[in-house]
Design a protein around this ligand. Structure first.
Ligand code: NAP
Length: 325
């Protein structure tokens, strides 16, 4: 329902960082709302098994997402299925988070945990065969490739983990990497090299994807060292080459790195006072579920302190001229 609503903190994005921030916001007795356009869980929903979350030696991504959602709700946070489209800080220090339904959520603090969008190869054929062979989510689409030969592109944790996952469906999985060395963690690499269904195609760049009306058939490659051209027969091409942070909804200038990742201080506050960032869209060494919830814990506790300081300075935590509208 369109209109203005007031909270003490608005959390934008419902992945592990958002859900953890909501848990702490609720537990800190802050009027807390989390906006998520889909089902809460974020990247957890695209991951079959999580095995590096302390206390859970092996847990389904979906199950952990449900548990985190219930946990946040138990502490009194509200979760709303709305797509946040813009975040603006007014001169009085109150943020307006506007959603595609036209609702304006007002709060003196916002925690943005909106994650990222998968990077595309940006080669001819990628768009044409999206949904007909090209995919960015193994858990969502893997089952369509039972008994087939497919390729995974990338050399990071995501590509290596998903190549392994996809062998439960595919007969053969090529892992195409542009260098001669993987970026992925050692434990994931070991699992990859032990999997007889996986063949790593080293030093290759995808040039173009070819197929027919039934879907993808061939991947054209170029050797990154020799320039030699080759082809690979594959009916699937799963692309895991990183992602672009979803920081574009912030309408004012904020400090960021060359790729658009948000720079924060040690309280997770961005260069915009009252705007905090946590999880995948923040500049940091690694992006794990544990680091996302760690960021979020810091951010939510920092919000409490920020609101106290704001109250003490006389600014209040209400939403100024619009309070009660
Ligand atoms: P990433 O670590 O940034 O790796 C991206 C990979 O794609 C790199 O190997 C990169 O090659 C390659 N690449 C980038 N652009 C390319 C292009 N245009 N064409 C071909 N290859 C390209 O991304 P990620 O694997 O999505 O992981 C993102 C973050 O999430 C990381 O911090 C990762 O640790 C974390 N993560 C963790 C887990 C886990 O622990 N289980 C699972 C998934 C993700 P170069 O190596 O040559 O740069």
């Amino acid at each position: 329902m369109a209109g203005r609503e007031q909270y003490e903190v608005v959390i934008v994005g419902g992945g592990p960082a958002g859900l953890c921030a909501a848990l702490y916001g609720g537990r800190g007795m802050l009027r807390t709302v989390l906006l998520e356009r889909g089902v809460p869980g974020g990247e957890l929903l695209n991951t079959e098994w999580i095995e590096d979350y302390p206390g859970f030696p092996k847990v389904k991504g979906r199950e952990l997402a449900d548990l985190m959602t219930q946990h946040a709700l138990q502490f009194g946070a509200e979760i709303r299925q709305e797509n946040a489209e813009s975040i603006v800080r007014r001169p009085d220090g109150i943020f307006e988070v506007t959603t595609s339904l036209g609702t304006i959520f007002e709060a003196p603090a916002v925690i943005i945990t909106a994650g990222g969008t998968p990077l595309k190869l940006e080669v001819p054929g990628e768009l044409e065969y999206a949904g007909r062979g090209v995919s960015y989510c193994a858990v969502c689409d893997g089952a369509f490739f039972k008994g087939e030969t497919i390729a995974v592109v990338g050399g990071g944790d995501a590509a290596v983990e998903e190549a392994d996952y996809l062998t439960r469906y595919a007969e053969k999985v090529y892992l195409i990497h542009r260098r001669g060395e993987l970026r992925a963690s050692r434990i994931l690499q070991e699992r990859l090299f032990q999997n007889p269904k996986i063949e790593v195609v080293w030093n290759k760049r995808v040039l173009e994807l070819f197929g027919d009306p039934s879907g993808l058939k061939t991947i054209a490659l170029e050797d990154t060292e020799t320039g030699q051209l080759s082809e690979l027969k594959a009916t699937g091409c799963f692309v895991f080459i990183g992602f672009r942070p979803n920081s574009g909804i912030v309408q004012q200038h904020f400090a960021h790195d060359a790729s658009g990742y948000m720079i924060t201080d040690d309280r997770m506050m961005t260069s915009i006072p009252g705007l905090f960032a946590a999880g995948d869209l923040r500049v940091q060494l690694t992006r794990q579920v544990t680091t996302a919830v760690g960021d979020a814990t810091t951010a939510a506790i920092a919000v409490e302190k920020y609101l106290t300081e704001r109250r003490q300075s006389g600014a209040g935590v209400g939403s100024g001229a619009h309070a009660g509208v």
